[in-house]
Design a protein. Structure first.
Length: 197
């Protein structure tokens, strides 16, 4: 998956517009324009991550393609700003300090692994995002998480925590998938500059 600079700018501008609309109205009602290129309306799974100089400020997305790419980015941007249960809803004062990152996901591929060591041997730092599922427990880490958890054992331990499992938990019924992403980011000030705001 590759996106031109113009495509990336459109996606980032749309994400920001959705957040700004949410700040103004308290609702997710940003309407995606018509007449878009096919790659913007084709079904695609995405995540939107918000960061500040202090660290993560919100991250919401979907592992499955539920809508066209641009529509999904608008929805995920709003949710990352106002519906991530780990953080209070975003305030207008915080907006200028945000950096928005959009990750477009490849379809997850099931991974067969006989045991935890076999899984760890397949985890190459920085290469892919991973999904872990056990009954009603499920968690995922995007490939960008490798920047803070660069050892496979640490990455897997924290992924289990995120899924609601004990760090040393393992079961033969655990299901695992891997996926890659195309990711790009920009500070709010630069997105506004590009949009002519």
């Amino acid at each position: 998956m590759t996106y031109s600079k113009d495509d990336q700018a459109l996606l980032l501008t749309t994400a920001l517009a959705s957040i700004e609309q949410g700040l103004q109205t308290g609702r997710q009602d940003y309407s995606v324009p018509s007449g878009l290129a096919a790659d913007m309306t084709a079904p695609a799974a995405s995540f939107v991550t918000l960061t500040t100089p202090a660290g993560l400020r919100g991250c919401i997305g979907s592992l499955e393609a539920r809508s066209g790419l641009l529509e999904g980015v608008a929805e995920n941007a709003y949710s990352a700003a106002f519906r991530d249960h780990r953080f209070p809803p975003l305030s207008a004062d915080e907006l200028p300090y945000l950096t928005l990152e959009i990750s477009v996901l490849s379809p997850p591929v099931p991974v067969d692994c006989a045991d935890e060591q076999a899984l760890l041997s397949l985890m190459i730092p920085g290469e892919a995002g991973w999904v872990l599922e056990e009954n009603y427990h499920r968690g995922t880490f995007l490939p960008t998480v490798w920047s803070s958890l660069d050892k496979p054992a640490d990455f897997l331990r924290e992924l289990k925590r995120k899924a609601g499992l004990a760090p040393d938990y393992w079961s033969s019924s655990i299901k695992v998938w891997r996926y890659t992403t195309t990711a790009f980011s920009s500070p709010v000030a630069e997105i506004r500059q590009h949009a002519g705001k």
